[in-house]
Ligand binder design. Structure first.
Ligand code: FES
Length: 216
């Protein structure tokens, strides 16, 4: 009886139950493959766009602070830009007794306090970063002066770009003692590219206030 129905379907030009199941199975496989491909593309594509926190920020060199001057605030990127050269004597940045090397170059410092995550600010009257929540203080380059901050401020990796926005070789941030070192400013730099998706936590250095006998 069933065979008769199947052959009747075949004769009538319809599809058999077996063919129908094949089509459903094929459609399921195709749907699964499409979902998998979509997930793969989503995973491989950058999650953050340029100019969005978590992505890269391209900033004109004109926005860079002068050497040893107060930091430039980049609110959208949640970082401060500093331009340091202790060889020239930096009134905003007392050198610590445990620092034998000069500090020269540009750095992008994350704006979040390393204690409990408050947003600290530059305090011009005291020439340092100060956190309003529990009083942590940091030097211009982000080194902690006073606790309760457990470590110095975090930094983002960065590099300099030329006028065509091509990376300038040799200007990519490097890790020195597991921390991002300032990058010396090259003559042909036109832009700075800061990658807010690549943050390195600040080192647990001695309190600068203890070293200079200025801790309360
Ligand atoms: Fe900054 Fe506590 S969050 S001192």
């Amino acid at each position: 009886m069933a065979n008769a129905a199947v052959s009747a379907e075949a004769k009538g030009g319809g599809i058999s139950r077996r063919e129908f199941l094949y089509y459903i199975w094929g459609a399921s496989i195709a749907l699964y493959a499409a979902q998998f491909t979509g997930l793969l593309v989503w995973f491989l594509l950058p999650r953050f766009r340029e100019g969005e926190f978590g992505g890269k920020f391209t900033i004109s060199i004109d926005e860079l602070p002068a050497v040893n001057a107060e930091p430039t605030n980049v609110p959208a990127g949640r970082f401060w830009l500093v331009n340091l050269d202790t060889r020239q004597g930096n009134e905003l940045m007392a050198k610590a007794p445990d620092e034998s090397e000069e500090i020269v170059g540009v750095a992008a410092i994350y704006k979040v306090c390393t204690h409990l995550g408050c947003i600290y600010a530059w305090t011009p009257a005291n020439n340092r970063f100060e956190c309003p929540c529990h009083g942590s203080k940091y030097r211009l380059d982000g080194r902690r002066i006073e606790s309760p901050a457990p470590r110095s401020l975090d930094r983002f990796s960065m590099e300099f770009l030329d006028a065509d926005k091509n990376p300038i070789p040799g200007t990519q941030s490097e890790l020195v003692n597991d921390f991002i070192a300032p990058v010396p400013l090259p003559d042909n730099a036109a832009f700075i590219s800061v990658d807010t998706g690549d943050r390195i936590v600040g080192p647990r250095q001695c309190l600068l206030g203890d070293l200079t006998q200025e801790c309360p």
